[in-house]
Design a protein. Sequence first.
Length: 250
Amino acid sequence: MLSDVDKEAGVCLVDIGGGTTDIAVFYDNIIRHTAVIPLGGEIVTSDIRMGCNVLAHQAELLKTRFGKAIAEEASENEIVSIPGIRNRPAKEISMKNLAAIIQARMEEIIEFVYSELMQSGYHKQLAGGIVLTGGGALMPHLTQLFEYCTGIDTRIGYPNEHLGKCPDEELKSPMYATSIGLVLAGFMSIDNREERYRTEYAQGVVQNSGLRHSAPEEAPKEGKTRTFGFLQTISDTLKRTMKDSGDDSY
């Protein structure tokens, strides 16, 4: 979703979740500013519920199925009918009004995001632009609204590049970007820990065997090379030990 080039050039990651919107500003491969805005997709659903006078689950369906972040993109003649409660008449919702409700709240969230960018001092150094992720990023025309309000190039971040040939297309949605990132971070942590233990164990074997330990600059840089070198050291030590003991089977 975010490459090393993005982080070096300068990028703002905006994760629009259910209850909050999380912001992280990267520049020169270092995270420079973070913030949490207490507004997200749930407040948009609440606005629709009150503005259209519908039930909570109906408001959520309206948002996910028919919602647009820019009111001008919705047709004035497009109407959706919501079933009435207890045999009451169906309620007709204008898609134009629905989009206007969504746009008003999303503009407020964008204002908070831009305010955090200004406070960070990096709002003019984001060559990588703004990257939207999270379930809220799926709102149609949201990237255009971000660009219009901030003047910064905006795109949606997908976790595709980390999933390879994953057969489950649903996991490639921005909605799961945070979860996938946490899982990958866990695997990376395990790999780094195993590599560290392997290296420390190899150094301990060399020191305890009485062999000269190579200086750091002479040590292999690649993990596989280091592993093979470690196995070769053990093999040589065993051969020498067996030879000294009079066993010529090696």
